[in-house]
Design a protein around this ligand. Structure first.
Ligand code: GCO
Ligand code: MG
Length: 402
């Protein structure tokens, strides 16, 4: 099953997506997501210049060998651009193998360990009443786990809160917009916010919250303690993820479950966090951590230490990535939960897919391969538009993690 063509397709149906499409000599096509939010064209160049020429003529069934070739063979290892490019090839090869054998990818990965994958919704509001309404809407839509974020009194706008009722999408301008951050009001606000959600929605709903890398280890330890009574499902990215020792400090001070990993690219980025059991959930995504092959390596390692999966599933990961994540989710032993931010109707039209949502869970479906197609004609009508993630500053102008 020789690869005879590799095309990199960039489209912007409401937001940018980069897709790798491999074609074999038998006319089969496989898709892989290569979207790196705000850095899309860097991956496009990496694929065009350094990966595509090595794929032509290659046996598409040699998935592990191709992964090793692109990782070890490049000499320059790791990093988001490289690992996203490798991921796209890997996903496309699994998709091709599924189509060639007539099997959905989850069956090639050992088959289902569960009937479907539980997902969590995002609920946000500029103030508490708006947040409580958003949680109600998520529950009415069938979710049993909800990520809660709200505006913080004293801070003009913050991460994770949609501004005007439209779905939240942080990459909002070609040159990064700037937001202002202050930690003390946030630390005061969060326990009040969670108390209000528990008061209105009771004890049974699973609640998650994303700190988005903004605290020092000691601030995070204090927050973890302050919110223990609200029994979070997880507190996400409390500390910038490269500060791994910080998680040891945090772990020693709170039993609030911790989730990290959406910015990690390889097993080497989370080896210590998992091996020392400093976290409860690993959030590496199929797109940014080297594809299905490498994500599974991370998750099998995590299983040894009772760390569960919680794959990143923001809208900046395309429907191809969502499908790939779901095939992994239903087939690994240590699945925790899957993030879900629904794509726009236009994105769904550009990427028709077999996966479905019902009763707070998602299912990858039984179509051969990943079960996602790309409508290239519709994609071409929505060309790339540069968009960057915001930059964060403290009131005195100091740049802070966003
Ligand atoms: C999440 C994430 C995202 C990121 C975005 C960056 O938990 O879903 O934090 O919202 O900000 O994916 O590209
Ligand atoms: Mg996050």
């Amino acid at each position: 099953m020789k690869i005879i063509d590799a095309a990199v397709i960039v489209t912007c149906p409401d937001r940018n997506f980069v897709t790798l499409k491999l074609t074999t000599e038998d006319g089969l096509t496989g898709l892989g997501d290569a979207t790196l939010n705000g850095r899309e064209m860097a991956v496009v160049a990496y694929l065009h210049e350094h990966v595509v020429p090595t794929l032509l003529g290659r046996d598409a069934t040699r998935i592990e060998d191709t992964w090793q070739y692109l990782y070890k063979g490049a000499y320059w290892r790791r990093g988001p651009v490289t690992m996203t490019a490798i991921a796209a090839v890997d996903m496309a090869l699994w998709d091709l193998l599924g189509k060639a054998t007539g099997l959905p990818v989850h069956r090639l990965l050992g088959g289902r360990c569960r009937t479907s994958a539980r997902v969590y919704a995002h609920a946000s509001g500029r103030d508490l009443p708006e947040l409580l309404d958003a949680v109600t809407a998520a529950r009415e839509a069938g979710y049993t786990a909800v990520r809660v974020q709200s505006g913080i009194p004293g801070i003009p706008s913050t991460y994770g809160v949609s501004k005007d009722g439209t779905p939240y999408e942080p990459a909002d301008s070609a040159v990064p917009s700037e937001s202002v951050w202050s930690t003390p009001p946030y630390l005061r606000h969060l326990p009040r916010m969670l108390a209000a959600v528990r008061e209105a929605h009771g004890e049974e709903l699973d609640l998650l919250h994303d700190v988005h890398h903004r605290l020092t280890p000691n601030e995070a330890a204090r927050l973890g303690r302050d919110v223990e009574e609200f029994r979070l499902f997880w507190l996400e990215d409390p500390v910038p993820s490269e500060l791994q020792e910080g998680y040891r400090h945090l772990r020693h001070h709170t039993t609030t479950p911790i989730a990290v990993g959406e910015v990690f690219n390889t097993i080497w980025d989370c080896q210590q966090l998992i091996g020392e059991q400093l976290i409860d959930f690993i959030r590496t995504s199929v797109t940014h951590a080297g594809g299905i092959t490498h994500l599974r390596r991370i998750l099998f390692f995590a299983d040894l230490y009772a760390v569960r999966s919680g794959s990143h599933g923001a809208t900046d990961l395309s429907p191809v990535a969502m499908a790939a994540a779901l095939h992994v989710d239903v087939s690994v032993p240590n699945f925790g939960i899957q993030e879900r931010m629904p794509h726009t109707a236009l994105t769904d039209a550009v990427f028709p897919h077999a996966y479905t949502f019902a009763d707070g869970t998602m299912d990858p479906g039984e179509q051969p391969g990943l079960g996602v197609e790309l409508d290239e004609e519709l994609a071409a009508r929505h060309p790339y538009r540069p968009a960057s993630l915001p930059v964060n500053r403290l009131a005195d102008g100091t740049v802070h993690s966003w």
